[in-house]
Design a protein around this ligand. Structure first.
Ligand SMILES: [Zn+2]
Ligand SMILES: [Zn+2]
Length: 143
C-alpha cells in the first residue's frame, strides 16, 4: 500500500539522520515492519526475512528494532516474556487474545483528565507520561 511505502521511507530517513547506515538488511527490516499490524517479535521478523537474507544474523534484526524503538520510530510492547514491535507510534490501546496471542490495535480514548492523572500520580508516586491499556479476551477466530 502507498501509505505503508511512505511510512517506511519516513522511518528510513529518520534512521539515517540518527546516524545509522542504511544497509539492505536494515531497509528490509523497516519495510517488513511498516507493513505489519500483527505486532511481530524480532524472531518472527527474522524468520520472515531469512530467505531473502540468508547471512543476516538475529542480532542485526534485534539491534535494528531496538534502535528504532529507542528513537521513538516504532513502538514496543512487552507481553509475557516476548517483546512485540509496533509500527503504530500514535497513542493507542491493545486487545490481546489469550488463546492465540493475536494483538490488535484499538483507538485511544480521550486523554486522561488532569484530576485523574494527578490522583494516579499521588497514589503511585510516578510521573505519568503516557497511558496504554491492554484488554484481554478472545479474538474473532478463537471465540
Ligand atoms: Zn485468538
Ligand atoms: Zn499497537
Amino acid at each position: 500500500m502507498m501509505t505503508h511505502a511512505l511510512k517506511a521511507d519516513g522511518v528510513l530517513a529518520d534512521l539515517k539522520r540518527a546516524g545509522l547506515k542504511l544497509t539492505p538488511q536494515r531497509m528490509a527490516i523497516v519495510r517488513e515492519l511498516a507493513d505489519d499490524c500483527t505486532h511481530p517479535t524480532a524472531q518472527e521478523l527474522f524468520e520472515r526475512l531469512r530467505p531473502a537474507f540468508p547471512t543476516m544474523s538475529f542480532a542485526t534484526v534485534y539491534n535494528t528494532l531496538d534502535a528504532l524503538a529507542k528513537l521513538g520510530l516504532l513502538g514496543s510492547l512487552r507481553l509475557g516474556t516476548a517483546v512485540r514491535f509496533d509500527p503504530n507510534t500514535a497513542p493507542h490501546h491493545h486487545a490481546v487474545c489469550d488463546a492465540c496471542g493475536a494483538v490488535v490495535d484499538l483507538p485511544a480514548g480521550p486523554p486522561l483528565r488532569p484530576s485523574v492523572k494527578k490522583s494516579i500520580e499521588e497514589t503511585s508516586g510516578f510521573e505519568i507520561h503516557t497511558e496504554e491499556r491492554t484488554y484481554r479476551g478472545r479474538c474473532r477466530s478463537c471465540i
